[in-house]
Design a protein around this ligand. Sequence first.
Ligand SMILES: [Zn+2]
Length: 226
Amino acid sequence: MGNEFIKNIKYLFNCLLEVIYSDNRGCVVCNEYVSENKILCTVCLGKIKKCRGCFEIHKENLNIKCYSATYYSYIIKRLILNLKYKSDFKAGEVLAKYMLETIENNKMKFDIITYVPLTKQSIKKRGYNQGRYLAKFIGDKTNKKVYRILKKCKQTKDQIGLSKEERWNNLKGSFQFINLKYFQNKNILIVDDVITTGATGFYCAKTLIKNGAKNVVILSAAKSSI
Ligand SMILES: [Zn+2]
């Protein structure tokens, strides 16, 4: 009787999955045919441009090293939007794999991973933090622990439409640390989806460095210009 019940539940669950994924057969960008378990066609995949090397943000007597896996484009935008607003974790996986490649190619070293936090209101709206998803994926593959050590204490304006200076001012003082014990004297990797001015990553890094982190590097899925 119990077994039968579980079997029925499993059957219903599989039916539900089929309904959810039945329209998920084309490329997420151009709807072209894709082979099984892929979400991008070979043409769109070939258009993704990888970033090489790193760049530094110099500000307030700090130098923060940043790495980006790819250059922001409409294909990357589609993947990020799908992850952010449609909980499309396959899109997230594609991004996270590029980020893992960046870690390997640059022999990036770190002890723990964290991610750019969202405010409680944003999480309520979206259900989860897309940066946390990317961080968890990377943590799993690199065998590093992912900790929530930062919180966003200020609901900031949407960065879109703001000038470079306004973006920096908008984010100043919006991050605080939590769980001090996890990052003291540690080399930390901060994961983000897109770096534009670098203001978000910088203020997260600054909060950790000023409170005892040994070193902080930032890794984003994509790098964009305003
Ligand atoms: Zn395509």
